[in-house]
Design a protein around this ligand. Structure first.
Ligand code: SF4
Length: 366
């Protein structure tokens, strides 16, 4: 191990906690393989078995109607859209997608429905309650990993409810857990530039805290590679770590880089593309800083299969979802296919030296 991070390496090997300054030094460390080795040590300490998990799941974007106009988003259509491209899926269309998922998955065990959409002014809480109750009754194998902090806040506002009431009613209707989407980069200076109409950092953390206190588990994500500094990436990691210390409610951490194509922000940041190197380095630093988060998920949708496979040496222990149909990232022109056949996912995992193991959304084994 190079001498300039020897002290950090010793602390990691001893199970000690890293500081912001340690994180700054890790980001500045030029030897990617060394960062990977340290992150892999932490991953193996938490998951000694040679297993990489995955979930059989589908992303359903139930509406693309959204007024928020995040500058990094190529998915939304405005509520007054005249292009004919705005949509809200009907109950029949949703059912058909769920049935396709159940047909693709093995005929037993839980499958994950990642249900997310834009902020559609026509959809109040009763629309979601009806939908969730319908899915729970008709498709009991489908786990609802649904909405985002942004959607929860908007449903609460539209329905004149508190966040707590909204979460309780959604959970009673069938919401199982909440994805960490909407976090983007948890720093208000950055949010002002990339998503000025979205919730603040404090609001995102508050909704996650309330969800955890109601026993709703959530994941945490980070979209890096826009206008943030490396120190602001560290602020994001430290904020997630602090809330996890308080609640223990995050199941997993999933970082990915901004996908610029077709987005207003992508035009502003022309030629600004993050690299595979940056992904692996950010992943390793996150694994080292977030000592209280058990699971790290690869983002093959944004990184492609090969980098996702290599990420298994950089702290990742989970390959995420087979994700048939992903619209938000693919709308921003990622080159990578928007679904991964189970056989291909298993091959990538086994080729990297691990056993592939199917899991539930909350990381129980199927
Ligand atoms: S990222 Fe989400 S909230 Fe922002 S514009 Fe796109 S759909 Fe709307």
């Amino acid at each position: 191990m190079r001498s300039d991070i020897q002290d950090i390496a010793t602390r990691v090997l001893d199970g000690g906690r890293l500081t912001r300054e340690d994180g700054q030094r890790l980001f500045a460390h030029p030897d990617l393989a060394e960062l990977g080795a340290l992150a892999d040590h932490v991953r193996r300490a938490k998951h000694p078995e040679p297993v990489v998990t995955y979930v059989i799941g589908r992303n359903i974007n139930y509406t693309n109607v959204c007024w928020v106009q995040c500058s990094f988003c190529a998915f939304y259509r405005r509520p007054n859209d005249i292009t004919g491209e705005a949509y809200t899926l009907t109950r029949d269309e949703l059912d058909q997608k769920i049935e396709e998922l159940l047909a693709v998955g093995e005929p037993h065990g839980q499958v994950e429905l990642l249900l997310q959409g834009g902020l559609n002014p026509k959809l109040k809480i009763d629309w979601y309650e009806d939908l969730f109750a319908h899915i729970r009754a008709k498709y009991p194998r489908a786990w609802l990993h649904a909405l985002s902090v942004t959607e929860v806040l908007y449903i609460a506002k539209l329905s004149k409810l508190t966040v707590n009431e909204t979460l309780q009613r959604l959970a009673a209707a069938g919401l199982g857990s909440i994805p960490g989407a909407g976090a983007e980069l948890l720093d208000d200076e950055v949010r002002q530039v990339i998503a000025p109409h979205k919730e603040t950092t404090g609001e995102w953390l508050d909704v996650m805290r309330e969800a955890h206190q109601l026993s709703l588990r959530t994941s945490a994500t980070m979209m890096y590679g826009t206008v943030e500094t490396l120190d602001q990436r560290l602020s994001h990691l430290l904020r997630v770590r602090e809330l996890q210390d308080e609640t223990g409610g995050f199941t997993a951490f999933i970082p990915w880089n901004f996908q610029p194509d077709g987005t207003p922000l992508g035009e502003t940041l022309a030629n600004h593309r993050t690299s595979g190197f940056d992904y692996l380095r950010t992943l390793a630093v996150a694994r080292l800083m977030l000592d209280n988060v058990d699971n790290f998920q690869a983002s093959w949708v944004t990184q492609g299969a090969k980098i996702a496979q290599i990420s298994l040496q950089f702290g990742v222990n989970d390959f995420g979802s087979t994700m048939i149909e992903e619209n938000v990232v693919s709308a921003a022109g990622t080159d990578h296919t928007d679904e991964m056949p189970l056989a291909e996912m298993t091959r990538l995992i086994e080729d990297a030296g691990y056993q592939a193991q199917r899991r539930t959304t909350l990381y129980g084994l199927v």
